[in-house]
Design a protein around this ligand. Sequence first.
Ligand code: ZN
Length: 231
Amino acid sequence: MAITRQLYQLQELDSEIESAEQSLAQKTARLGDRTSLDAAQSHLTAEQQQLDELRHRHRDAEAEVDDLLSKITAAEEQLYGGKITNPKELSSLQHEVTTMKARSDELENKALEIIDLVEAAEKGVAGATAAYREMEAAWQRQQVQLGDDIEQLKNTLADLRRRREQLAGQIDAAAVSLYERIRQQKGQAVAKVEQGICRACRISLSASALQKARSGQPVQCGTCGRILFIS
Ligand SMILES: [Zn+2]
């Protein structure tokens, strides 16, 4: 087989190896990466904290109401117990009871408002929990898939590298090292020739370059330096 054809095949194998290596690196980076899950978990934790805080505020408000109610009961016992007869004292006590009752009503309303907030927060927590569980299940499935893909890519790469080694061994050593040198410099070492034009740099080739290229011997493009391949 013409050397240039072999080099072109070598280049195709190298491209396949390169893209498999890139895929492998990308998938390996995603393996065990919990970034998206962590964000959902933080959201869930924040919702949970808000709910806890609201429940706490509700308990405080109710405790305050209970406290006031017992104070009101005690004051009313004094008020109607008959032990206090001084009108000024009675009037002052009556005023105190009225004030406490107003404050107690206010606190009860506040406690009811907090209950609404608690209910909304409970819904928020339930939603965030469901979203997190769904994401986690999807993440687990994705991780299993990634593991399988990585395993398969490793096998593919091993096979490609074996084939590459085998092919390189069949090609003239000087041609392989020329190929390697150009590949290192330019990324692409072999350029196809179509209608007398180097497809890498799109410059017309000289008649002598075309003649050499047709023979299948490695000849470099006079402009870009790549090895010319006429299929
Ligand atoms: Zn060229």
